[in-house]
Design a protein around this ligand. Sequence first.
Ligand SMILES: Cc1cc2nc3c(=O)[nH]c(=O)nc-3n(C[C@H](O)[C@H](O)[C@H](O)COP(=O)(O)OP(=O)(O)OC[C@H]3O[C@@H](n4cnc5c(N)ncnc54)[C@H](O)[C@@H]3O)c2cc1C
Length: 442
Amino acid sequence: MKPINRRDVGKLIGSAGMASASPLLGTLSAFAQGGAPNVSAGAKPRVVIVGGGAGGGTLAHILKRSSPEIDVTLVERQAQYTTCFLSNLYIGGFRSLQSLTHDYRGLTSIGIRVVHDSAKDVDAKSRELRLESGQKLAYDRLVISPGIDFKFGAIPGYTEAAETVMPHAYRGGAQTKLLMDQLQAMPDGGTVVLAAPDNPYRCPPGPYERACMIAHFIKTRKPKSKLVIFDPKKSISKQKLFMSAFKEQYAGIVDFHLSTDIDSFALKSVDPKSMEIETVSGMRIKAAVANIIPPQRAGQFAHAAGCADGDWCPIVPETFASRKLPNIYVIGDAAIAGDMPKSAFSANSQAKSVSNDIEAALAGKPKYPSRYRNTCWSMLGPANSVKIGASYAPKDGKVSALSTFVSEGDEDAKTREKSYKESIGWYAGIVAEIFNKRVDNI
Ligand SMILES: Cc1cc2nc3c(=O)[nH]c(=O)nc-3n(C[C@H](O)[C@H](O)[C@H](O)COP(=O)(O)OP(=O)(O)OC[C@H]3O[C@@H](n4cnc5c(N)ncnc54)[C@H](O)[C@@H]3O)c2cc1C
């Protein structure tokens, strides 16, 4: 793959909307991080990143490309990462799991030290990260992007063991494959139940794109089956677009229950033995396949590190610096990112901003005002995708949406196909940024 030079990195940062004529010369950086770097003369500044997913992988890559003089270490517990993004397309039969699975060779090839271990905790005073193996890593700046963990037990009956029977498929890889295996093994005529979580959670449109892909699978492979959706929310992302897909493309297949003032379709309990699912409003269903997506919180490491306040991690909107600990940033799903949804696009955009902040603090480079972006595409059916997105900036003490867009309900087939192609191109682009890896535009 062609190496990225400094001009390319400028473009990457610009693509996050951060370019500006007047650098802030590190002022925000110093404000957020509480002072000068602790780098001894002649020593390379050390940046340690926990989590080699959408946020952490992007940051490691673009920081090392842009400032090779910074020593970048990425701590990631898995040897391979299977993306959640586009994993619903695997359920629909449009993508292989292998095409969604990536390793870290692209990052090590440019001098990033990748340590496959679990981060355990942090000594923020001595700036030291401790790993499960007992190894300690000293840092000048620590960035954590550990993604999410699940609140097992929040739905009575949905314990950690239940995920092996009623997969959430909200972490890429084995869980996604388990859900697909169960759908394939299901007798025609079986009922699939999909239970969506309450806000906030990873990828707000994710459960409904999942519903479309399961419905497509049913329509083409098990036409006597049904999909019942239970949702604790009163409204959902891209609601009109998903509702019309359920009605027009999947009539007679999808039975969607949003919660209203009268009925709550939050789950009262699940029983992985009998496969029974009961809602607060008293509906009981025996599922052939149960895709239960439980409530979520910041990845466990964020809690162990002391960065969380409740379920998620508060950050300074200008920098994504932790509000709880100095010299630490939190990006991606774990952060409380104001109006930004928890998405790979968001995590990637936040990583670009943090890279700039770290370079200002540790490498004497200019600091640009932070701008962030997100777009989430959802596939409704073959070559038929819709999108929602926004640009964001720090405002009123949080990351606020400046301008938003969403696909129209009456778009023609060409526009929908164009959105689908965009989403595939976006995937190739973000994988290149996270893993320094070229993927086919399929
Ligand atoms: C079904 C589905 C569809 C989605 N579709 C889209 C989409 O179309 N577009 C989009 O933008 N987003 C999408 N998303 C959301 C996207 O996957 C996440 O928002 C994104 O991955 C978050 O990035 P992150 O860096 O915060 O976490 P992750 O990408 O989850 O990365 C976290 C990494 O940290 C590692 N880790 C955790 N704890 C430790 C530890 N203690 N030590 C070492 N390593 C650790 C994990 O192994 C993991 O590799 C989708 C999600 C789902 C579930």
